[in-house]
Design a protein around this ligand. Structure first.
Ligand code: ARG
Length: 292
């Protein structure tokens, strides 16, 4: 549901409006996303603990769920661009792993596992073909927005399972932004975007056990407001969510988390990505934000 917000004059916090119901609400900004239809979706190999190649998957269901996600973005007024899926690359639907794009600069990806290596060139080419002026080929292993999350001020760089720790240095060089490194410690939350979601530059939701003490302290230092996900929400990849500052698109199964978001003035929008989850992904994994 998309609520109607009425500004009621000056509020104590800039950007914060009072909704009709009287509770604090947030401000959305239009976004541009890149998505890849799951035409060739399958689980044919296991490179994370969610993937079970022996179990059946259904590309038609994956496609229906993906199309629903895309429609949600369109209904929210966001711009969605599409990249053509490549046969033989069943994980290409996870566009978040295709690049990192901030201020029109594109840092390409280099995958940890050979099964996904072919996706890197396909995504790079998409940006080159569209005339992006600065497209950089990475030296270090980095899995794009799966592990790199832009807060609006700094880049958070997850490592431990996929992206190299040293990729953080490369990230800082390419974007000229401060980088905060975060070590991931639980293999179920192998990409940063499975364990943390930036809701706006001051607010994030995260799963504390996915990080070490230093990581939790670094996260606390970055955000004025933090929502802690419960085990049952993290375990359905509830944190693999996409926020436009007001609406938060998240797995429909993450019910408590949706309640926590509502309490804080966000508008949760649940989407069923159960088929995609069989490969260890959710709404955010299927979405790459194109900034600037
Ligand atoms: N099967 C994919 C992999 O293990 C899932 C990628 C999910 N993407 C993400 N941004 N977390 O690489």
């Amino acid at each position: 549901m998309i609520g109607v917000c009425i500004p009621l004059g000056p509020t104590p916090y800039p950007g914060l409006m009072i909704s009709r119901g009287g509770s604090a609400s947030r401000t959305a900004t239009p976004r541009r996303y890149l998505m890849c239809p799951p035409e060739h979706f399958a689980v044919t190999y296991a490179i994370n603990p969610w993937m079970r190649p022996g179990e059946p998957t259904d590309a038609a269901t994956a496609m229906r769920q993906w199309a629903e996600l895309r429609q949600i973005y369109l209904d929210l007024g966001h711009d969605v661009r599409i990249i053509e899926p490549v046969p033989g690359l069943p994980d290409m639907v996870f566009a978040a792993n295709g690049a990192t794009v901030v201020g029109g600069t594109v840092l390409g990806v280099r995958f940890r596992h050979p099964q996904r290596a072919g996706e890197a060139g396909a995504y790079l080419q998409w940006f080159r073909d569209r005339g992006y002026p600065r497209v950089r080929v990475p030296r270090q292993v980095n899995e794009g927005e799966g592990d790199f999350v832009f807060t609006g001020r700094v880049l958070l760089a997850g490592h431990g399972f996929r992206s190299d720790e040293a990729a953080g240095t490369e990230l800082a060089e390419v974007f000229g932004l401060p980088v905060v490194s975060l070590r991931l410690v639980d293999p179920r939350f192998y990409h940063l975007d499975t364990a943390l979601c930036v809701l706006d530059p001051d607010t994030a939701m995260y799963y504390p056990p996915a990080f070490d003490d230093a990581g939790r302290a670094a996260i606390a230092a970055q955000f004025a407001e933090l929502i802690e996900a419960k085990d049952e929400d993290a375990e359905v990849l509830g944190l693999n969510a996409v926020s436009d500052g007001q609406h938060v698109v998240l797995p429909v199964q993450a019910r408590s988390l949706a309640g926590q978001l509502r309490e804080r003035g966000f508008e949760p929008i649940g989407v069923d990505m159960s088929e995609i989850l069989k490969s260890g992904g959710g709404p955010k994994c299927c979405t790459l934000e194109l900034r600037g």
